[in-house]
Ligand binder design. Structure first.
Ligand code: HEC
Length: 183
């Protein structure tokens, strides 16, 4: 049991969380005992009782499955975090139906201080990221414009909202830098 769990290669440190608190061997031994007793008790109700070895194997598989699932979940979360572009798009350019995304509110001068500060951080991170496609020099320029327009909004500069609206032009940026949707 123990060696099986160790065999999973969980690169991210947070995957330690996948493993049960108490030692896997202790848990297995404990479950084994109680289940054996239960089976004896229930024999007459159960037309078919699994062999103990089968049960142990299934339980091992279940533990491994859960551990593996959590590791994969951790990796996916890490991936979303490590893509500042998608994070900025999802958080500030997208909104539930019927509500305005933060970037729209910002262009109308209606975004809160916190929202503007959040956008500024998100765009700064985005500017440092590599776009999935397109010319990197042009990417840096578009992102720099967006960052400076957002900084102007943050400072409450005159004309900042118009500057921001021009810089946050979805199509101008997506045409070059957003990969076409896969069919
Ligand atoms: C300065 C460049 C830039 C601007 C401006 C921009 N986007 Fe994007 N956007 C991107 C890039 C690059 C991607 C692709 C990211 C990827 O696939 O890794 C993207 C992807 C997206 C996605 C998909 C995100 C995902 O999780 O796959 C949405 C939604 C989106 N943009 C909405 C918008 C909207 C709405 C606007 C305008 C209000 C906008 N974007 C303005 C660069 C930009």
């Amino acid at each position: 049991m123990g060696h099986l769990l160790n065999a999973i290669e969980c690169a991210p440190p947070n995957c330690i969380q996948c493993l049960p608190d108490n030692s896997p061997d202790a848990t297995a031994a404990h479950e084994h005992r109680s289940h054996t007793g239960q089976n004896k008790h229930n024999t007459q109700h159960q037309p078919y009782t699994m062999k103990e070895s089968t049960q142990t194997a299934l339980r091992a598989a279940a533990v491994l499955g859960v551990a593996f699932g959590l590791c994969v979940t951790g990796l996916i979360a890490a991936d979303a975090k490590s893509n500042p572009i998608k994070e900025a798009m999802g958080k500030y350019h997208k909104a539930p139906k019927g509500t305005d995304p933060v970037c729209k509110k910002a262009g109308d001068g209606l975004a809160t201080k916190e929202e503007i500060k959040g956008m500024l951080a998100a765009y700064t991170a985005m500017a440092a990221a590599k776009p999935p496609q397109g010319d990197e020099a042009k990417w840096k320029k578009l992102c720099a414009d967006l960052v400076s327009a957002t900084a102007a909004l943050d400072k409450g500069e005159a004309g900042a909202a118009d500057k921001f609206k021009a810089a946050v032009n979805c199509k101008a940026c997506h045409t070059d830098f957003k990969p076409a949707a896969k069919k």
